[in-house]
Design a protein around this ligand. Structure first.
Ligand code: GUN
Length: 292
């Protein structure tokens, strides 16, 4: 059994990005600049955004964190996005999700200039992804592709089963794995809350991607011996013995499944770290595309 260690793979990607960035700044050019907008102070979102900012610094990127209050209006947020769209010194823009219920997520996503949409959530970028055109691949699916690449996991002709159809992970992941790309060419089954026989379908997967957000959902009986298991879950579960009062649990029952899988991502230390690597790669891509 191979552990697909996100720490190792993410570090390899970040080292490469750091070198590329150093080469840019050595020419006297400015470094890539990411703008992140955080509305309110959801605990998990705070953690993710802080990690994005920290990783930018480690890579030699600049980042700006813009905070808006939980009760800010949709108009205010849209105005802020317009400002960033028009700022030539901003290469990438991300609005941390989820947003408060009174703000329409789709309106916000559509307001971001697709050329700066480093999350790859804008409908025009999603359309490009579906058609196999150059685009920004959403950070988590991108990170998973980078992980499969790093550990040289073969995908061609394999049966991939993705559990979860979110716009952020499951849906784009299913499209990418079926695409004619290096980490693609799979036959893909996309499972969701209305899937019948999910357990039996999962058990047929050569590559199983769990992205449904239910801690410990994937048990050993749902996994084919030798399968590659990618755990996207990052749910906070209460744990009185943990320093913060919670710990992070994946969608896969790691103890059970690691005993029969051929390869598996740990949680934490797996896909989560790769997500950041994907975002950083998109930010450099935006810089190179927009500033030449
Ligand atoms: N919330 C959960 N995942 C993501 C992500 O990849 N990007 C943003 N902006 N928000 C998220």
């Amino acid at each position: 059994m191979m552990v697909l260690d996100g720490k190792i793979a993410a570090q390899a990607v970040k080292n490469q990005l750091q070198e590329q960035t150093a080469a840019i700044t050595a020419q006297g050019k400015p470094s890539p600049h990411l703008a992140a907008i955080l509305v309110g102070n959801n605990g998990a979102s705070e953690t993710y955004v802080a990690s994005k900012v920290k990783n930018c610094a480690e890579t030699g990127f600049r980042s700006t964190l813009l905070r808006l209050p939980q009760d800010c209006s949709e108009t205010e947020l849209l105005a802020k996005i317009q400002e960033l769209n028009q700022d030539p010194d901003i290469d990438g823009i991300l609005v941390q999700l989820p947003l408060p219920a009174h703000i329409a997520e789709n309106k916000v996503i559509e307001a971001i200039d697709p050329r700066k949409d480093v999350d790859g959530f804008h409908p025009s970028n999603v359309g490009r992804l579906v058609q196999g055109l150059p685009t920004f691949i959403p950070a988590t699916p991108y990170g998973i592709l980078l992980l499969l690449d790093h550990f040289q996991v073969p995908t061609k002709g394999k049966h991939a089963v993705v559990i979860g159809r979110s716009n952020i992970v499951g849906r784009p992941m299913s499209i990418l794995l079926s695409s004619a790309i290096a980490q693609g060419n799979c036959t893909v089954t996309l499972c969701h809350s209305h899937t019948q026989n999910l357990k039996a379908l999962a058990a047929e997967a050569d590559i199983l991607v769990a992205a449904l957000g239910r801690p410990g959902y994937v048990t050993a009986d749902m996994v084919k011996p030798g399968a590659v298991v990618i755990d996207v879950g990052i749910t906070r579960v209460e744990d009185a013995t943990a320093a913060k009062g919670f710990r992070i649990k994946g969608d896969v029952d790691y103890a059970q499944v690691s005993a029969i899988a051929g390869a598996i991502t740990p949680v934490p230390g797996g896909v989560g770290l790769m997500t950041i690597a994907g975002l950083l790669k998109n930010t450099l891509q935006a810089y190179l595309q927009n500033r030449g």
